[in-house]
Design a protein around this ligand. Structure first.
Ligand code: SF4
Length: 759
């Protein structure tokens, strides 16, 4: 029988610390998956859902965006996938009675973990102006309220339409269509906070803002460099691909400030060996300083240039632009500055170079550890330089592999969820639907928060997600949200963003991926695009958590009809009734989706074209792959300060907290911990187990404080510390963002640690 949600809160944050693990997954992961699944769903539902997730005729895991292999195992999921499914398919319910019992102020005092554990939302609810709690509301009335507030705006640009990466392709296409027919490009999304730096760097250098690697490429590679990524927790099925690549002869270099269990050894529960010894993964671990990756790849490029015959001159001549300027800049790379920036030894780097020179096919994978720094865009450009030098783009077994976080975050961007849409996309929309979409660029996440803070935005509408917890500068963001006239969240579960409201607020409960979606023309399926550009169908199997839920597409269609009225040029009713009609339009508007319905009928789906991978054609401003020559940057650290990265625990997915343990790092029953290198701790006189306040320091002179963190002596790179978000997002200044991409710089926050006054 599924268990009840935790009654009391705050759930005691009393961390216990043990030795970090040296391997990931194994029998323990199976145990954890089944225990958490049973707690939320009971036995029967656990079997039903976990045997359908990621299956060809099943539903797509609402966790990360790791692709599905052609051959699916009976259990085609990882521990964190099981947790994501269990949390969505939980038998726990948040009903109107719950809201009658809990005021918004009470909810605001609860931990994110407690809120998330209460279960699935069952009814649309409304917080009236001046009210202290949500009350039930009909869908019609809810859409009226949104129409009232949007109607009262001076301009459509006073509304913001946010998207979290769980939104399906069909819902995302409709959502951008609605916002644009309304007249705004204010379409920020969670990409702005994660891989925007990748998109910016790749669009400029190779002409496509997406990875060029497919699963098969990983299996055919000679060398895989995994930089600024912790796949053991954030993309666990990637470990199976790395294991297979190793079995095929590949070597692995991991570049990370933290020694992560999942990169050291993988105990694949699908194999006998996995259930015993497991497979070693990393051949060379480079424990780099936060933000030192650009310097590392720059010196590698210098050394490659200095090695006779190491450059693929034919490729460089035929397919690239800007080589001379780049080569001059690279040859000027300085060893001393490099060793300072990276914290690595010359021997480390030369070992790495030997592995690179011994490899014909090289892939570089990365995640937030590279994208959330002030200089992330030039950092990723330097990786592209590194791959171009030896022709490792558009060759089987080689390429760029930014690994996306949310299950359909890449799909949403492909569908037009972007505040800076391409002219060609807007032209295609105009031709297809006969209305003139706005051409002025809209707000990304950081600009949307500024607009809410400054009163330039008054209506905030979120399709999924937990905006206030995912965003930086928590106090500023929450105050900005409270300035809005109306905040609306389309959600499956309760989270902090529901307790940080505008003058009026709505929570609109929607179907989850695991649930059947019945519309006028019958049962519907949606589609998603994974991190490698493969598009496939997702069909829910469970009865909806309540008869009051609407699907995301239905919510957008009904909202659009209510707000835009009969003057709208878009057939919203037809779209709501039959999603195939949405896909027919997508096929005509978005390149690569021709014949969409026919091709997605293939149980494995289809792969979107990628000109650099498929044809070594680079749709850039120069028509070539662009070398770049940016100056090398790295974070400077004042004496007595540490460089902090915000990160996830193993019991967490983005801002969703599944539990209070971070098993691989040896931490249980608590989240307010800060990982500090023992040498740094000795210098700062910080005993293991003592409590400190983390105080963020930035050029604006504002003191940002996160109180009451337990110091954990941990083998981080010297000078570098780590702590979990969203608890430490309060330390990340709103204006501390990456150049060009405007992504919050959450991986290099200068902090001082003060003996805590709260423990
Ligand atoms: S690797 Fe990602 S997509 Fe796959 S089951 Fe795990 S969380 Fe889900």
């Amino acid at each position: 029988m599924a268990s009840k949600p935790p009654k009391g809160d705050p759930v005691q944050d009393a961390p216990k610390v043990a030795e970090p693990k040296r391997s990931a997954a194994g029998l323990t992961a199976i145990g954890h998956s089944l225990r958490m699944a049973h707690q939320q769903m009971g036995v029967k539902r656990t079997a039903l859902t976990l045997l359908s997730v990621n299956q060809k005729n099943g539903f797509d895991c609402p966790g990360c965006a790791w692709p599905d292999p052609e051959h699916r195992h009976t259990a085609e999921f990882c521990e964190n996938g099981a947790k994501a499914v269990a949390e969505e398919a939980t038998l726990r319910r948040v009903t109107p009675e719950f809201f009658a019992e809990h005021t918004v102020a009470d909810l605001a005092g609860r931990s994110g973990y407690w809120l998330g554990q209460q279960g699935r939302l069952t009814h649309p609810v409304y917080l009236p102006e001046g009210g202290d709690r949500y009350e039930p509301v009909t869908w019609e009335r809810a859409f009226d309220i949104v129409a009232e507030e949007i109607g009262a705006l001076g301009s459509p640009d006073e509304a913001v339409f946010y998207t979290s990466g769980r939104t399906s392709n069909e819902a995302a296409f409709l959502y951008q269509l609605f916002a644009r027919e309304l007249g705004t490009n204010n379409l920020p999304d969670c990409s702005n906070m994660c891989h925007e730096s990748s998109g910016s760097a790749l669009s400029e250098t190779i002409g496509v803002g997406k990875g060029s690697v497919l699963l098969e490429d990983l299996y055919r590679s000679d060398l895989i460099i995994v930089a600024g990524q912790n796949p053991g927790t954030n993309h666990p099925r990637m470990l199976s691909a790395l294991e297979k690549a190793k079995a095929n002869g590949a070597r692995i270099i991991s570049v990370n400030p933290l020694p992560e269990a999942g990169l050291e050894r993988f105990k694949n529960p699908q194999t006998p060996k996995g259930l015993t010894t497991g497979a070693a993964l990393t051949d060379l671990f480079l424990q780099i300083r936060l933000g030192g990756d650009q310097a590392l790849f720059r010196i590698l490029n210098k050394l490659i240039l200095d090695t006779p015959g190491a450059v693929d001159e034919d490729f460089v001549r035929e397919h690239t632009h800007g080589y001379e300027d780049f080569a001059e800049a690279a040859r000027a790379a300085d060893w001393d500055a490099t060793l300072t920036a990276t914290g690595l030894t010359r021997e480390d780097i030369e070992k790495c170079l030997r592995m690179v020179l011994a490899s014909k096919r090289v892939i570089v994978c990365w995640a937030m550890g590279l994208t959330q720094h002030k200089h992330s865009v030039p950092m990723i450009r330097e990786i592209v330089n590194f791959l171009l030098l030896r022709g490792n783009i558009g060759r089987p077994g080689a390429g760029v592999c930014p690994v996306r976080g949310h299950s359909n975050v890449q799909g949403d961007r492909t569908m037009g969820i972007f505040e800076r849409p391409a002219e060609a996309f807007l032209d295609a929309l105009e031709k297809e639907f006969g209305f003139s979409p706005p051409r002025e660029h809209g707000y990304d996440v950081v600009r949307a928060i500024r607009a809410l803070r400054d009163g330039r935005a008054k209506v905030f509408f979120a399709m999924g997600g937990n905006f206030v917890s995912a965003s930086p500068d928590t106090e500023v963001t929450e105050a900005a949200m409270r300035r809005a006239r109306l905040t609306v969240h389309v959600s499956t579960k309760l989270n902090r963003s529901h307790a940080v409201t505008g003058a009026r607020a709505l929570i609109l409960p929607t179907l989850g991926r695991t649930e059947r979606d019945l519309q006028g023309s019958g049962e519907q399926f949606v589609t998603v695009e994974d991190s490698m550009g493969m598009v496939h169908a997702s069909r829910g199997r469970l009865e909806p958590a309540s008869g009051q839920l609407l699907s995301e597409p239905a919510i957008v269609c009904r909202l659009a009809r209510r707000v835009l009225g009969s003057g709208s040029k878009v057939p919203w009713e037809e779209f709501e009734k039959d999603y195939a009609t949405i896909r027919d339009r997508i096929a005509r508007v978005i390149p690569g989706f021709e014949d969409f319905n026919a091709r997605v009928a293939n149980p494995s789906g289809f792969t979107l074209p990628h000109a650099p991978r498929d044809e070594r054609r680079f749709p850039t401003a120069t028509g070539k792959a662009n070398f770049t020559a940016a100056p090398v940057e790295y974070p400077e650290l004042p004496k007595g300060r540490l460089l902090l990265q915000t990160l996830r625990s193993h019991d967490q997915y983005n801002t969703t907290i599944y539990g209070l343990d971070d098993r691989y790092r040896g931490i249980t029953n608590g989240r307010r911990v800060v990982l500090v290198n023992p040498e740094d701790a000795r210098e700062l006189r910080l005993a293991d187990g003592s409590y400190v306040d983390l105080v963020g320091e930035w050029k604006d002179g504002v003191e940002r404080r996160a109180p009451g963190f337990r110091v954990v002596h941990y083998p981080t790179a010297p000078g570098c510390a780590a702590a979990y978000y969203p608890e430490t997002n309060v330390l990340v200044p709103l204006d501390a963002t990456a150049d060009t991409s405007n992504t919050p710089a959450s991986k290099s926050v200068v902090v001082r640690l003060e003996q805590s006054t709260t423990d």
